[in-house]
Design a protein. Structure first.
Length: 235
């Protein structure tokens, strides 16, 4: 394995030495956060008396961080190909406290880590000497896991869900040249096919239950988690 990695590294260095900055090493970063809240308001006869009292309840707070390093090669001035590795870490905290058997209170958490291997083809539309817009076609198989906290008989525990899926579609973005080798880049939105799969196994005595939830669809995704900014280094 070390010989293979060394051979690939030498090949990339040799190619890049004569490539006139056709290779580019990039990194995109993304962050999103959201918080749910439920409000119940009564009006009319009986409003304000138990159990018809106005209430406001905090829901789950969810944050996610996306890190996407990638390596690309400019085939022509307009066409580039490459391979990226998407890494997403997420955390969701329940807004409602749960009381344990020992009297302590906790807010249950769900933590997730997922990966995506993303080959891509990018087509550039030059605007001027420094700015260009691009459209990128990519296919991204996804895999990972979620760890959920739960409470059974007043005791805090955990169970794990395996994540999988596939995204295939087009994303728009831009490049802005900062210097001879540095480019500021960003993208937002996704149009295409999206599928997700969650697999959970639970065992009780000698019985094991496997539960698989699948979702899929085609459409336009303009959620903030599709926003990413970063830099490219040409070599």
């Amino acid at each position: 394995m070390k010989k293979v990695i060394l051979t690939l590294a030498v090949a990339i260095i040799a190619l890049s030495a004569n490539a006139q900055h056709k290779f580019f090493l990039g990194m995109d970063l993304g962050f999103s956060t959201s918080k749910a809240k439920n409000e119940v308001t009564y009006s009319g006869t009986g409003a304000g008396t138990a159990p018809f009292v106005n209430s406001s309840t905090d829901g789950a707070k969810t944050t996610s961080f996306k890190f996407n390093p990638y390596l690309g090669y400019s085939v022509t001035e307009r066409i580039a190909v490459g391979l990226g590795l998407g890494i997403v870490n997420g955390k969701s905290v329940d807004g409602t406290e749960t009381t344990l058997a020992n009297g302590s209170k906790v807010n249950l958490e769900t933590k997730s880590t997922s990966f995506a291997v993303s080959p891509f083809v990018r087509y550039n539309f030059p605007i001027n000497d420094n700015l260009s817009m691009w459209g990128q076609l990519k296919v991204s198989p996804k895999f990972g896991k979620e760890v959920h906290q739960d409470v059974t008989a007043g005791v805090l525990g955990e169970h794990e869900t395996k994540l999988g899926g596939l995204d295939a579609g087009i994303s728009p973005g831009f490049n802005y040249k900062l210097g001879e080798r540095w480019i500021f880049t960003g993208s937002y939105g996704f149009l295409g096919y999206m599928s997700d799969k969650e697999t959970t196994e639970t065992t009780s005595g000698g019985l094991t239950m496997k539960n698989v939830d699948k979702t899929s669809g085609f459409g336009l995704d303009l959620n903030w988690n599709t926003l990413a900014i970063g830099f490219n280094f040409l070599f």
